[in-house]
Design a protein around this ligand. Structure first.
Ligand code: AHR
Length: 346
């Protein structure tokens, strides 16, 4: 009798378990299960992948390039690199010139978001102040590649950065001074645009690598332009006697270097009597080395468009890309400047 009752209880539990299990499945109808799949698929879709993926080509690409300005020969070459690439490949380039004003660049990015471009390639004039507009691009599903200079915004707001290692450029410049002045020296610095990734990085790298016995007695900005460098150099010459108070100048770009040379010559100073190291490696910089005014020119390559366009297509096609792509660069010297000058592309 007891055995029979135990069997009944066991069977009751078994039936209850089957009913509960059936109810569980009923709570997940086929339609609900099917609805989960696309959501998961959408979440797995790489950010920025376009509807033409995996076959997106140049004809599908609308590339927004809100250029920061036209302050230097470097910048002119950088702009030409993007325009030439668009003409060669046949993608649509949405170009604007912000005249070195961040507010103009932000407006240009917003216009590109409104237009629904495929990718934004942003060369930021300064490092700070991009969070809001990058968030807007992110929320609109438009991938941003930071080009040339860096931003301080959270890296999750942009897909990648392609450009130079500005700190390394500063370090390379410092090594030239260390080699030239093993017993120490006093030098000046003509810096780039205040708050720009290029000026901040070069100043940092320079100071990190400069020997302790070399003193930077003054540092002023020439905003990366030849015109603005002239009065800065003139003001330096009012305060400091060349060869006595300072022996060298670290100049953050070739255009400012040429402005400084102009001011030195006008003041009756032979620039070749000082140790001048510049950055960029433009034709103007090479000519200054041929003429004996620059003693070294640290390369900063502006021809970035081919890499940017290749990456833009990868993003559109849903392919992975590197977060930081640094340009391979070197240092140029007067010894072979004349030979290399005709081969320079910018
Ligand atoms: O960001 C790159 C710098 O910007 C270049 O050194 C300079 O020439 C330009 O204006």
């Amino acid at each position: 009798m007891l055995k029979k009752n135990v069997l009944k209880v066991v069977m009751l539990f078994a039936i209850l378990a089957m009913v509960l299990s059936a109810c569980g499945n009923a709570a997940k109808p086929a339609a609900t299960q099917a609805a989960v799949a696309p959501t998961e698929a959408a979440a797995a879709k790489p950010f920025g992948q376009a509807s033409c993926a995996p076959n997106c080509g140049y004809k599908d690409l609308v590339l927004c390039f809100p250029q920061l300005g036209a302050e230097s020969d470097w910048r002119t070459a950088d702009t030409a690199s993007f325009k030439d690439e668009a003409a060669k490949d046949g993608f649509t380039l949405v170009f604007s010139d912000a005249q070195q004003k961040q507010e103009n660049q932000i407006s240009a990015v917003r216009a590109c978001i409104q237009q629904g471009v495929s990718v934004i390639a942003l060369p930021p004039v300064v490092e700070d102040g991009w969070d809001a507009v990058l968030t807007e691009a992110f929320n609109a599903g438009i991938p941003v590649i930071i080009v040339d200079r860096s931003v301080s915004a959270d890296p999750s707001l942009y897909v990648s950065h392609i450009g130079s290692d500005m700190e390394l450029e500063g370090k390379r410049a410092a090594e030239e001074f260390n080699k030239k002045f093993p017993d120490g020296a006093k030098i000046l610095e003509l810096s780039g645009t205040t708050g720009s990734g290029a000026a901040v990085g070069r100043a940092k790298g320079f100071r990190e690598a400069l020997n302790a016995n070399i003193e930077i007695i003054d540092s002023q900005t020439g905003n990366f332009t030849r015109a603005e460098a002239v009065p800065v150099m003139q003001a330096f010459l009012q305060k400091y006697k060349p060869g006595v108070d300072f022996q060298g100048i670290f100049i953050h770009n070739d255009d400012m270097g040429l402005g400084a040379i102009e001011a030195l010559k006008a003041a009756g100073v032979n620039p070749g009597d000082l140790f001048i190291v510049s950055v960029d490696g433009t034709r103007g910089g090479f000519q200054a080395m041929v003429d004996g005014w620059f003693q070294a020119d640290v390369e900063c390559n502006p021809l970035l468009a081919p890499q940017v366009v290749e990456m833009a297509l990868k993003i559109m096609n849903g392919q992975p890309v590197d977060k930081n792509v640094l340009t391979d660069e070197t240092v140029y010297y007067p010894e072979n400047a004349a030979e290399l000058l005709p081969t320079r592309k910018y």
